[in-house]
Design a protein around this ligand. Structure first.
Ligand SMILES: Cc1cc2nc3c(=O)[nH]c(=O)nc-3n(C[C@H](O)[C@H](O)[C@H](O)COP(=O)(O)OP(=O)(O)OC[C@H]3O[C@@H](n4cnc5c(N)ncnc54)[C@H](O)[C@@H]3O)c2cc1C
Length: 499
């Protein structure tokens, strides 16, 4: 058995044996619990919560309530970025909207800090917290396709792989991100770029409706006809407006086979690669998705530069469409081939994702000025025990044909979302790697225009406006209506008390 298979089976064995003990047994295992437990408010003021109230909440749920000290709690509190290590006061794992309503009401009545976790992919670790309640939606995973109506009903805690798999099984698709263990919840409420995004729009552009539990504990259906303001806000407002328990997506017919893969060159060709991409990417067919990236691996290998493509048009046209990228000369690697779409969507999955800590900076670019290419070239410094990844995820096409105010997602004219990630082994000191990326980013930032809300970790006034741009005033108004006490604050926050 190889190492990955061994780890997988060990984890699976651990999980299946980790049936959740009763709450009384969980309390009994804790040494410091008396009649109350320590927690924090949204403003991080320390509070005490009556043990009896927690027991009452637990008894009212169909799902689990997890206290610190058991395996299920440990698994729930962790997120993909292993540099984040937070300990909620307790975790609620709902099995349906009723459990979500009870948990939200409990947190609001006590002004308790609340984190909402779906796939756990938030780089900044917004889906876990210290001392608050974590609502872990991993128990709310399900995708059902209505083939006749070309609609997918997707539960709020689902992962993208579930949506892709069920839809493609009947020859249908909608835009999902490029890694299948990313959460539908975080990705769709913020935007949702992916390999067919230029052809079908962002994930959120394909939403027909949502069921959302708002801060008052009500379950609301929101669509173009019902609660249209809330529907508008959820499509780009991130987790600010409540917990989505069900997404209804429009699906589109698509063949299973697409042409995809990577074309890589030595970093000495960085300038030519970015120059061709800025021309090619701006006018590409909507059926073509073409990212450009550069970086180096942790083993200290030489940096590379190249493209990741997905052509979902007719297979026999792929060669002609990709010819300009191949005209650059002999690549180090050309892995482009016919793929089953669902397999391509899983091709970048990481089966051991929690081994490395990471940090990210990001912003949208509308163009690639020479000054940006200069800065990209000057900033790459490969090192042992440090992976660098500068990625431009292709936007445009149908995404750019939607108006900036049609949904709460304003960044319609961008060419790409540019993000810069550094990864390092968990046991290493973080500060040096983070400082390196901050300095590198400073040299790139002049070419950016606003942020993708999933990527922002600071919440200054400038950042808030850059996140939401022209939609910020309306979002602020709706936040005051739907979440006046800012219960949902662990996100790219629209703070109703701030400007
Ligand atoms: C490996 C990787 C690949 C990625 N690829 C892409 C990509 O191809 N395209 C793209 O657009 N983005 C991509 N992203 C960014 C990704 O969309 C965001 O990190 C997103 O927040 C992840 O969602 P999640 O549910 O996994 O995150 P979580 O950490 O679980 O949640 C993040 C936030 O989302 C909100 N949220 C989650 N679920 C719900 C819900 N049901 N209702 C309301 N709010 C909710 C909460 O505010 C929460 O704090 C990627 C990220 C990673 C780490």
């Amino acid at each position: 058995m190889d190492r990955r298979a061994f780890l997988r089976s060990a984890v699976a064995a651990g999980l299946s044996s980790a049936t959740v003990p009763s709450l009384a047994a969980q309390f009994a295992a804790l040494t410091e619990v008396n009649t109350s437990i320590e927690a924090v408010t949204g403003n991080r003021t320390e509070i005490e919560i009556e043990r009896a109230a927690v027991e009452e909440l637990s008894a009212s749920l169909r799902g689990n309530l997890l206290m610190p000290g058991n395996a299920a709690y440990e698994k729930a509190r962790k997120v993909l970025n292993s540099g984040i290590d937070k300990h909620p006061a307790f975790v609620v794992q709902p099995t349906g909207a009723t459990d979500v309503r009870k948990a939200v009401t409990f947190a609001r009545e006590r002004d308790m800090l609340l984190a909402v976790k779906c796939g756990g992919h938030s780089y900044a670790g917004k889906s876990t917290c210290n001392g608050g309640m974590q609502l872990d939606l991993s128990t709310l995973r399900h995708a059902r396709v209505d083939t006749a109506r070309r609609i997918a009903h997707v539960a709020g805690g689902s992962l993208l792989g579930e949506l892709d798999r069920e839809s493609m099984a009947v020859g249908l698709v909608t835009t999902a991100g490029t890694v299948s263990h990313t959460g539908v919840g975080g990705l769709t409420t913020a935007g949702g770029f992916g390999r067919v995004g230029r052809r079908f729009g962002l994930a959120l552009d394909n939403l027909r409706s949502v069921d959302v539990v708002t801060a008052d504990g009500q379950l609301r259906h929101a669509s173009a006809d019902e609660n249209p303001d809330l529907f508008w806000a959820v499509r780009g407002g991130g987790g600010n407006f409540g917990v989505v328990t069900n997404f209804e997506f429009q699906l589109h017919p698509m063949q299973r086979t697409v042409v995809g893969g990577d074309i890589l060159f030595p970093v000495s060709m960085l300038r030519e690669v970015y120059e061709i991409w800025r021309e090619y990417g701006a006018v590409a067919s909507n059926d073509l998705y073409c990212d450009v990236y550069t970086g180096s691996l942790m083993e200290g290998a030489d940096a590379i530069v190249g493209f990741h493509v997905c052509w979902s048009g007719p297979e026999n046209k792929a060669e002609k469409v990709l010819a300009p990228l191949r005209s650059l000369g002999e690549p180090i690697l050309d892995s482009v081939k016919a793929w089953d779409y669902v397999d391509l969507q899983r091709s970048a999955d990481n089966t051991e994702p929690r081994n490395d800590a990471s940090y990210m900076k990001a912003g949208f670019i509308n163009d690639v000025p020479d000054s940006l290419i200069d800065a990209i070239e000057n900033g790459i410094e490969p090192r042992d025990r440090r992976a660098i990844f500068l990625y431009c995820q292709h936007s445009g096409g149908i995404i750019g044909q939607v108006g900036a105010t049609d949904t709460a997602f304003a960044h319609r004219k961008s060419l790409a979302n540019m993000f810069l990630i550094v990864q390092w082994p968990n046991e290493d000191e973080a500060a040096g790697h983070i400082n390196y990326i901050k300095n590198y980013w400073r040299s790139l930032e002049h070419a950016t225009d606003g942020y993708y809300t999933v990527d922002t970790s600071t919440e200054s006034r400038e950042v808030r406006h850059a996140n939401y741009q022209v939609n910020f005033p309306r979002l602020m108004e709706l936040k005051k209506r739907y979440d006046p006490t800012n219960l949902f604050r662990l996100n790219a926050n629209i703070n109703p008390a701030a400007g």
